[in-house]
Design a protein around this ligand. Sequence first.
Ligand code: SAM
Length: 262
Amino acid sequence: MQDNSTFWQEQAKKFKDDVKSVNFDHIQEQMEIETIAPLLSQSKVICDLGCGIGQTIFSLIKKGVDAQFCGLDFTKEMINVAKEKEAQLQLNNVAFYHKSATDTDIADLFDFKFDTLISKRLLINLKGDLKLQAIKNIHNLLVPNGLYIMVENFMEPLDKTNQAREVLGLDPIQVHHFNEYLRDDFFNKISDLFEVERQIDPLSSYYFISRVLNAYESQIKNESPQYDAAINLASLSLFSNHINPISGYAPERFILLRKKGL
Ligand SMILES: C[S@@+](CC[C@H](N)C(=O)[O-])C[C@H]1O[C@@H](n2cnc3c(N)ncnc32)[C@H](O)[C@@H]1O
C-alpha cells in the first residue's frame, strides 16, 4: 500500500492546474521540459506515467513535440484537472487515464504499445518492490527497443548537496517520509529489462546555486529562500544558454533507458 495518496489528492484540490500541484519549483519544472523536449524527436506515441495534472504533456506540446500522448495517474483529482485542461485546450492528441503505475493489468488499457515512456518523479513515490513492479509495467507498455526516459531523484547527489549545506551551517534537505529516492545500484536490479543508454545531469548548477548558495544568503539575511531569487533566475538564464558548470549535485537525474527483449 502507498501512504501518499491523500497528499496528492490534497495537492490537486488545493492548487488545481497550477504547477504547484506537482512541483513548488517552477524554474526546475521549466528546465525539465527544456531537457526532455529535444529527446523526443523520434517519438510518436508517448506515455507519461504518473502524469499529475498533465503539466509535462501540455508543456511538451506547447514546445512543439508532435506525438500522441497518454497520461496516467493514480490520483483521480489530478486526472480530473488534466482532463479539464485538455478540454479547454481542445487537443485531439492527448488522453488521460486514472490508473496506478503498479497495477499489473495496466497494459490492458491499450491495444498498442508506446515507443517512449516518461516517468517524472513517479518512482520516488513507490517504496521497495513497488518500484520494481512499476518497472516491469513500464517494460510491458513499451515496444521492443522502446525508450524509457526516467526523470527521478537519487540519494547520492542529495548527500553531496547536504555535505555542502553542512559546511555552511544549513540544515540538511530531508526526503519526505513518503518518498524513497533511488540509489545508483538501482540499474543493476533492472538490468535484465533495460539497458542504460545515456545519463544527463542538467540541473546540478541550478540545484547547487538555489539549494546551497541562495539558501546560505537567505539564512544570513534571516529570510526564507525564494524560488524566484535573482541568483536562481540567473542560473536559469545560464542553463538556457547551455552553461552548466557544476555536476553531481542535483538529486533529479535524467536517464535514457532502452527496453531489452520483447
Ligand atoms: C511529483 S508528482 C509529478 C507529476 C508529474 N510527473 C510531473 O512531473 O508534473 C508525482 C505524481 O505521481 C503520482 N503517483 C504517485 N504514485 C503513483 C502510482 N502508483 N501510479 C500512478 N501515479 C502515481 C501522484 O499522484 C502525482 O501526481
